[in-house]
Design a protein around this ligand. Structure first.
Ligand code: PHE
Length: 480
């Protein structure tokens, strides 16, 4: 039988160690690399020299929470330490060490050394409580070597998780065992031919190592951008290629720019505390507010306004921007004397919404404005169609909609898996928004969700998956 040197080394190692070894053991004993061992083994298997056995190996690893607890202490430990230094009020303790630590601490220790009464923590048997904590701690430290009960305690608390792996073992067959030692003597093999081999005609009598391009090689993981970053850059490049200027803006803004300058009345439901993250404090607003106030109260030109008393205090409030339209409107105001404007930005916005598979309290919007002498509604539709087509979405649909600052207003929907998904809004800024600034032409504007688009693009079902730090998942996503 024709055997390569690596194959001979492996057969020898197997023979000397009971004819059966795991891959790791072979790597250690043979001084070969994993790739070399895997290649040689697959040749040996084909030649009938070895058999490969695969066994499921149950393993347990710490979860992120488990690692944290190991590093900084279990929640019940942090809890008890604080109780010991005299903090006995549940609410104040929550403020100090966080709700989770307190809740877990109570769940673990209530009636087992401590007691909760009227919001106070009473220590009944400190020794008992400490014993429980140190018991739990020991379990965590020895998570790799535990009985069923302790393991299920840690699993239930999401401190460890199961991680299976496959254990591969190679075993010599009868053919393998019968190979004689003299057939295992190593001879020099040429793996790469050099000029010297040719000039000195060494090749004539040399042994050449055979190649097989189908053999195992490990997957080389390359550095690449996070899928969201990749997608954002793709969107940016499309608008840049369409001749738009990229603009940037702050996340913390005044209600004035986020809403008032957009002619959103101060009693509009979108201003409710439920939707907006307000911050403490107030900020200066430009003198332009006097004009805005008047437009809200009495209108402008043929508009009659909203007819209410505009409150400067409301406009001075600070908030996390609820849409990136705050940045385009500010940009528009700054550049109100220009003849042409084509600007876009991608930025995060914030809304008090509950998380679900299609909602996040923080997400990105793709915002843009376009103004030129003859800008009109068809131009808005054409621009949006062009943008989505360049991203690969041919099937989009516009539906009439409403925003306080545009007229007409529309919603954009794209088709995905036979369903229409809403992706954002657009329209032409109302005269009440642009005329008081001295803007001459129609301003086409849009603000579209980025994450939902990215979900469709990557075929991801849950929006939260875009923000997971799961390196395995990220590695496995193809570079689109
Ligand atoms: N700001 C709107 C939103 O957040 C989108 C929009 C932008 C609508 C510009 C019209 C014009 O949903």
């Amino acid at each position: 039988m024709n055997l390569s040197n690596n194959e001979k080394i492996i057969i020898k190692v197997l023979k000397e160690n009971g004819n059966k070894l795991t891959i790791d053991e072979i790597v250690n004993l043979s001084n070969l690399s994993l790739v070399e061992v895997m290649n040689a083994l697959s040749w040996l298997k084909m030649k009938g020299v070895i058999k490969i056995h695969e066994k499921l190996n149950k393993n347990y690893v710490l979860t992120e929470e488990g690692e944290k607890a190991l590093k900084y202490g279990l929640p019940e430990k942090i809890f008890l330490e604080n109780v010991k230094i005299g903090i006995d009020d549940v609410e104040s303790l929550k403020e100090k060490i966080g709700k989770i630590n307190v809740n877990v601490g109570i769940a673990q220790l209530n009636n087992r050394g401590i007691k909760i009464e009227n919001g106070k923590i009473l220590v009944e048997d400190l020794e008992r409580a400490e014993k429980i904590v140190s018991n739990n701690e020991n379990m965590l430290k020895n998570y790799n070597n535990l009985d069923e009960n302790s393991l299920s305690f840690l699993l239930k608390r999401n401190l460890v998780k199961r991680k299976d792996s496959i254990l591969r073992e190679a075993e010599l067959t009868e053919i393998g065992k019968n190979i004689k030692d003299e057939d295992l003597v190593l001879i020099e093999e040429i793996t790469q031919i050099t000029p010297e081999h040719i000039q000195k005609e060494i090749w004539k009598n040399a042994n050449f190592k055979k190649y097989d391009v189908r053999l195992f090689v490990p997957m080389p993981w390359m550095g690449k951008n996070h899928p969201l970053t990749y997608f954002i850059n793709k969107v940016r490049n499309i608008f840049l290629s369409m001749g738009f200027e990229e603009i940037y803006g702050r996340n913390i803004v005044s209600a004035f720019w986020n809403m008032d300058a957009l002619y959103i009345p101060q009693h509009h439901p979108a201003r409710d505390m439920q939707d907006t993250f307000y911050l403490d404090g107030s900020v200066d607003i430009p003198d332009y507010y006097k004009i805005v106030k008047n437009v809200h109260e009495n209108g402008y030109n043929i508009s009659r306004g909203w007819k209410y008393e505009w409150d400067e205090k409301e406009a001075r409030k600070l908030l996390l921007r609820t849409h990136t339209t705050v940045n385009t409107i500010k940009y528009l105001y700054k550049n109100r004397n220009k003849e042409n404007i084509k600007a876009f930005m991608v930025g995060t916005v914030y809304r008090r919404e509950n998380m679900d598979p299609t909602h996040l309290p923080e997400f990105h919007q793709i915002e843009g404005i376009l103004m030129e002498k003859n800008s009109d509604f068809p131009m808005l539709l054409g621009t949006l169609e062009k943008f989505y087509a360049l991203l690969g979405f041919e099937k989009i649909k516009f539906k009439p909609s409403y925003f306080p600052y545009t007229e007409p207003s529309l919603e954009i929907h794209v088709e995905y898996n036979g369903k229409w998904i809403e992706l954002g809004g657009a329209g032409i800024f109302r005269p009440e928004v642009t005329l008081p600034m001295g803007i001459k032409y129609r301003v086409l504007a849009w603000g579209m969700g980025l994450e939902r688009l990215a979900m469709i693009y990557y075929n991801i079902k849950n929006i939260r998956d875009l923000y997971l730090t799961d390196i395995e998942m990220l590695k496995s996503l193809p570079i689109p």
